[in-house]
Design a protein around this ligand. Structure first.
Ligand code: ADP
Ligand code: ZN
Length: 433
């Protein structure tokens, strides 16, 4: 199902024309209302008249998270405070949080994009949908909430934090859809099994998962354990929140609402735009937002674009799974390591729970990587030989994927702390040294 055929199935020429027109209006808006952008453009000897087509976007300056921090709290806002009807904030692990103000029009755009996503997962007014993202400053809860409601399904604003109640609601209300982080979906599955429930006790058929990177292996695991179809939902608060892109029934890349958010892929070192199919840093320009519109915002998310048409009928460009962030990439003994690589190795082996922790340290000037991972109950054994062999098999696989050796620690089931929001999977002790 397609929520807005006229915007999701446009011809590429029409889309480019629309994007060009919107980009020109956006540049006029920020030039006149945001001193930060006016100064940046003047420094590049650019005026709004110089931006007339979407191809002209490459002339414009980039915006970074640091720019948002430097202009904390609302220096990049283009609208007057009286026009701002909602504020969200991105958690930000270091420094100032990022404050994002939304105008009424921004909220309409967000709701529209979120509804496109849920419709594409097959959600209809007949569904009963639990939103298990956090409600509050984080955009996940309210972003999904308004989209599901707009589609006409029944929304249950469960939020995070009360797993037992969540399970009870799933069972008693015969909830058919759920939105949460993929790690929380697995946590729910575990809790369900602990409480003696099976997937046959619940009625879930569709799930919208995002807010953190996940893998195809995790998808298979969530689908199997919860008995549903699992789809990706991507977004970030700086751009709008969940709904920036979403998978369709093909589960092959997430369609970007590019009539609102223009995507580019750049090389994070040279900042040069990259062609479709090349992995690099994802950059978005908010073509229609009026609260805090951004020019060429560097997300730090690493992905690639798929520009071929999709079998679902949508013409909007797709992005592949996020393989990491150009800033959370670990450099261990000079080698780039993404936590998602470790995860995919662990999930390929049936002996392990999808619960792991990477501990990076520096001992005698040498970087060390320890991978702690939980062994499933059925595979956990007192027999030392069996455990040593399992440990070696994982270490060998990790070595071949990462090109560095890891010290593997096998852990008992349920010994690694679970989080109900985004999981913390890396402890980098080197930063403290
Ligand atoms: P916060 O900064 O408070 O954690 P944000 O909404 O700003 O919240 O986080 C956005 C980031 O979360 C994205 O830039 C991306 O790194 C990650 N993210 C969101 N959705 C997905 C997804 N579906 N797959 C992978 N990563 C995601
Ligand atoms: Zn599609």
């Amino acid at each position: 199902m397609i929520w807005n055929k006229s915007k999701e199935c446009m011809s590429r020429d029409e889309m480019a024309a629309l994007q060009g027109k919107r980009l020109h209006k956006l540049v006029e808006l920020v030039y006149h209302n945001v001193p930060f952008y006016r100064e940046k453009m003047q420094a590049l000897d650019l005026a709004p008249e110089d931006i007339n087509s979407i191809e002209d976007i490459v002339k414009l300056p980039f915006t970074t998270k640091q720019d948002l921090r430097d202009n904390y709290p609302v220096g990049l806002q283009a609208a007057n405070q009286s026009e701002i009807v909602r504020v969200h904030a991105s958690s930000g692990t270091t420094g100032n949080p990022t404050i994002v103000g939304y105008t009424r029009r921004d909220l309409e755009i967000w709701k529209e994009c979120s509804a496109r996503a849920f419709t594409s997962y097959g959600v209809t007014r007949d569904d009963i949908f639990s939103v298990g993202y956090g409600y509050g400053l984080f955009t996940g809860g309210l972003g999904a909430h308004y989209g599901v409601e707009y589609v006409g399904a029944t929304v249950i604003p469960t939020s995070t934090g009360n797993t037992d109640k969540h399970l009870r609601l799933l069972r008693d209300l015969k909830i058919t859809g759920i939105a949460c982080t993929p790690s929380y979906a697995l946590y729910l599955a575990e809790a369900m099994e602990r409480n003696g429930m099976t997937r046959n006790d619940i009625a879930l058929r569709v799930g919208a998962f995002g807010a953190e990177p996940w893998t195809e292996n995790m998808r298979a695991e969530i689908e199997e354990r919860l008995g549903l179809q699992a789809y990706n939902l991507y977004g970030l608060s700086e751009i709008i929140g969940p709904g920036v892109s979403y998978e369709c029934e093909c589960k092959h890349g997430s369609h970007i609402s590019e009539d609102h958010f223009y995507p580019e892929i750049i090389d994070p070192e040279t900042l040069q735009p990259q062609p479709c199919g090349t992995t690099g840093e994802l950059v978005f320009t908010t073509l229609t937002k009026t609260g805090m519109p951004l020019l060429r915002y560097r997300t730090k998310d690493l992905t690639s674009l798929i520009c071929e048409p999709c079998a679902c009928g949508r013409t909007n460009v797709r992005m592949t799974r996020i393989i990491g962030r150009s800033d959370d990439m670990l450099i261990i003994r000079g080698i780039n390591v993404f936590p998602s690589q470790v995860e995919s190795v662990i999930l390929e082996m049936p002996e392990f729970e999808p619960a792991y922790m990477l501990v990076v340290d520096r001992i005698n000037s040498l970087d060390t990587l320890q991978v702690q991972v939980e062994v499933r109950k059925d595979y956990f054994s007192d027999e030392l030989g069996a455990m040593l062999q399992l440990r070696k098999r994982l270490a060998d696989k990790l070595k071949s994927v990462l090109s560095i050796s890891a010290d593997v620690r096998l852990m008992e089931p349920n010994s690694i702390p679970r989080s109900e929001g985004k999981s913390v999977r890396v402890i980098d002790k080197r930063q403290l040294k």
